[in-house]
Design a protein around this ligand. Structure first.
Ligand code: FO1
Length: 469
């Protein structure tokens, strides 16, 4: 795909690891009438620190062509509401402005890629298409749909711009636990955890300027659920996300290792919303955080474990297990133990609505639920307790998982993400965990209770902070 025209003398050489790229379709050897290269942005909604963007620009520079970027805004994505679409659109607006500054045309296309991209490719004379990568079912289907409809002579490449070690390189199979992937990831970090070159001002201007985008009108015309309100604490966009990263490093990193399991303490990075929408690259976060390893070794190592090993384990699971969001995705031992206890008497039974409104008998659970509903982010430690109690208080594990995923996807800014599915499956179906002492309802799935939480942190303080209105 790269060596079709003689490289222009102005092409900047930088180290680009080709293992980050895979060809979705070959295209023809030479497409002489190409008028531009197109990056179809989906998951990685940022301009800098983005290997897919860099790869697209490199192609464009080599072929002396203008560079275009498009985003296909779909009318519905899982349980996403205005909270998520609002966050995403404001981030995209920043991307569009940055593109203008760099002589790159940004296009906001309305609709599913299969319906809008092939036409765009034809109309703009796209000579090469590059997209980013998500292991989830829907985005993978979008890519396949486009592959089937793309003009045959257009090469189509995919770059894993989300993971530090590309998902298909980290491991070629579903990994059993963190222990089995940790070594593989760490062994490959020296090769992949490298500094990003910048995306530069593009020397070949777009032949037709991108049509202006009516962002406000676009925002108001979205037909998504508007009852889940946008949140105030999280400012969308790369600039705001990088500021949160800086505040993590200067204010919270030192206590990450000691206080990350205390929901009353500010010790977390809080970066997951920006990671989810690809507004901040995990690789950038790790590069910055690692600069402080001399001072905060244990915290830095703990952060690397969560943001790299656990996060990439979740990607591995969703990529290699097509049942990543159902009980059938769990290990045999877990499915057997859950079945064996399916008829056990539950201490409480709640309907989805009661859970959603946070009106259970358990003030800590209600507080966690209200934190998620109000702020779009539940503390990481409580996410485990929250999901495990749903298993305990619903009629069956299948229902528990369905409710947990629904609530997570609807309210969490970082929902609809591999991390979320694996979090729910870990809690409810023992995914990436081992068997524990058998007990009612849970069987051999790890159990958590209120008394355990009380031993770990001041439960009352958290309950008061998220008391019902
Ligand atoms: N990606 C798109 O390409 N187009 C969309 O309209 C879109 C909406 C969307 C809404 C909520 C959300 O959480 C993510 C959304 N994404 C969208 C991004 C992307 O598909 C996902 O982040 C990844 O697939 C998650 O792996």
């Amino acid at each position: 795909m790269e060596a079709r025209r003689r490289a222009a003398p102005s092409v900047r050489e930088f180290k680009f690891n080709k293992k980050r790229v895979r060809l979705i379709s070959q295209g023809s050897d030479l497409k002489d009438d190409a008028r531009c290269i197109l990056y179809w942005m989906s998951r990685d909604q940022r301009l800098q620190d983005n290997w897919a963007f860099l790869y697209a620009q490199r192609l464009a520079l080599k072929q002396e062509l203008p560079l275009h970027v498009c985003f296909c805004l779909v009318p519905k994505f899982l349980e996403a509401t205005i909270r998520h679409y609002g966050f995403m659109l404001r981030g995209l607006q920043e991307v569009a402005e940055e593109c203008t500054d760099l002589n790159i045309a940004f296009h906001l296309l309305r609709g599913y890629a299969k319906d809008v991209l092939p036409t765009f490719v034809l109309e703009h004379g796209v000579g090469g298409l590059v997209t980013d990568f998500s292991p989830l079912r829907l985005p993978r289907q979008w890519v396949q749909d486009v592959r089937e409809r793309l003009p045959e002579d257009v090469p189509f490449a995919q770059v894993d711009a989300h993971n530090i070690v590309p998902c298909w390189v980290a491991s070629t199979k579903q990994e059993y636990r963190a222990r089995t992937i940790r070594g593989k990831i760490h062994a490959q970090l020296p090769e992949f955890l490298t500094e990003f070159p910048p995306v530069i001002r593009h020397p070949y201007p777009p032949s037709c300027p991108a049509e202006p985008i009516a962002w406000k009108a676009c925002y108001s015309s979205l037909e998504v659920d508007r009852t889940v309100k946008e949140v105030e604490w999280a400012t969308p966009g790369t600039a705001a996300g990088l500021a949160v990263l800086q505040s993590f490093i200067t204010e919270r990193l030192k206590s990450f290792v000691s206080h990350r399991n205390d929901p009353n303490k500010a010790a977390l990075s809080n970066l997951s919303p920006w990671f989810h929408f690809g507004q901040v690259s995990t690789q950038r976060a790790i590069l910055e955080v690692q600069k402080h390893r001399c001072k905060y070794k244990e915290s830095v190592d703990a952060f690397v474990e969560e943001a790299v090993v656990r996060r990439e384990l979740a990607e591995n699971f969703c990529y290699y297990n097509e049942n990543y969001d159902s009980v059938q995705g769990a290990y045999g031992w877990a499915q057997t133990t859950l079945k064996l206890h399916a008829k056990d008497k539950r201490p409480f039974l709640y309907k989805l609505q009661e859970l959603e409104q946070g009106t259970t008998h358990d003030p800590l659970w209600n507080a966690a639920q209200l934190q998620m509903v109000r702020e779009g982010k539940m503390h990481g430690f409580l996410r485990m307790y929250w999901a495990k109690k749903i298993l305990e208080w619903t009629r069956a594990p299948e229902e528990a998982l369905q409710f947990a995923i629904y609530l997570n996807d609807r309210y969490e800014l970082d929902g609809r993400d591999p991390n979320g599915y694996v979090g729910c499956l870990w809690s409810i179906c023992g995914m990436h965990d081992h068997g524990w002492k058998e007990r009612a309802v849970f069987g051999k799935i790890r159990y958590m209770n209120y008394a355990g939480c009380k031993r770990k942190f001041d439960v009352g303080q958290f309950e008061r902070r998220y008391a019902p209105c």
